[in-house]
Design a protein around this ligand. Structure first.
Ligand code: HEM
Length: 185
């Protein structure tokens, strides 16, 4: 994945636990880069190793780290560095999710070697949508998507509930999330 992703993990860990903890995580993950370059692709394995080492060092399940990272990605990385692109994607949570399938097409203009996830989104009712997610990557990223969805809920002041209704690890080619929010929101 592009260095931007590993840099965002570094930023999240350093912000919450300080640079010494980040150094311990890098050592455990056997990653000895002195700072990642945002627009340079790195092997996916590095990102997965950093998450596993963060889980061990912080004594938290990897899924929890990925969920926190998803929220951090939306509320810090994406909004602070790509605010106009995020805001142009939708004015409400529903509109944003409807347009999500096209967001990484725009991101590809900045990062041409991107291997983007694929999404499709369907209305279930006035306050529920199903988000379908495809990826070519190694298993385990669903909690990251959950965290992204919680982050989007916060971005739009529309707190969401997320339920994983179909999991790629159970033999499907895609995972499906039911996203719901209070009808009044
Ligand atoms: C402007 C905002 C965004 C930017 C710049 C961005 C950029 C990226 C980048 C660089 C990667 C790594 C992929 C690679 O290097 O090949 C990535 C992965 C990913 N992005 Fe985004 N992204 C943005 C917003 C979002 C949002 C709002 C979601 C919400 C669901 C999302 C979902 C994902 C997922 C799930 C992955 C993991 C890759 C995979 O599943 O295969 N991104 N994105």
């Amino acid at each position: 994945m592009y260095g931007l992703v590993n840099k965002a993990i570094e930023q999240m860990v350093c912000g919450a636990h300080g640079p010494e903890t980040w150094e311990q995580i890098k050592e455990k993950a056997q990653v000895d880069f002195e700072g990642f370059i945002s627009n340079q692709p790195y092997p996916d394995e590095i990102t997965y190793r950093l998450v596993a080492a963060a889980s061990e060092t912080l004594g938290a399940p990897a899924d929890e780290i990925l969920r926190a990272f998803g929220e951090h990605w939306v509320l810090h990385t994406a909004l602070e560095s790509y605010g106009p692109m995020m805001r142009a994607t939708g004015k409400t949570l529903r509109e944003f999710l409807q347009k999500l399938p096209h967001l990484h097409t725009r991101v590809e203009l900045i990062y041409p070697d991107l291997k983007p996830p694929q999404f499709s989104c369907h209305d279930v009712s006035d306050n529920e949508m199903d988000l379908h997610y495809w990826t070519t990557r190694a298993p385990g990223l669903e909690p990251f998507v959950e965290g992204l969805l919680y982050g989007l809920g916060k971005m739009f002041s529309t707190p969401v509930r997320v339920e994983l209704r179909q999991h790629r690890e159970e033999g499907h080619d895609q995972s499906v999330f039911r996203v719901s929010w209070d009808a009044a929101a």
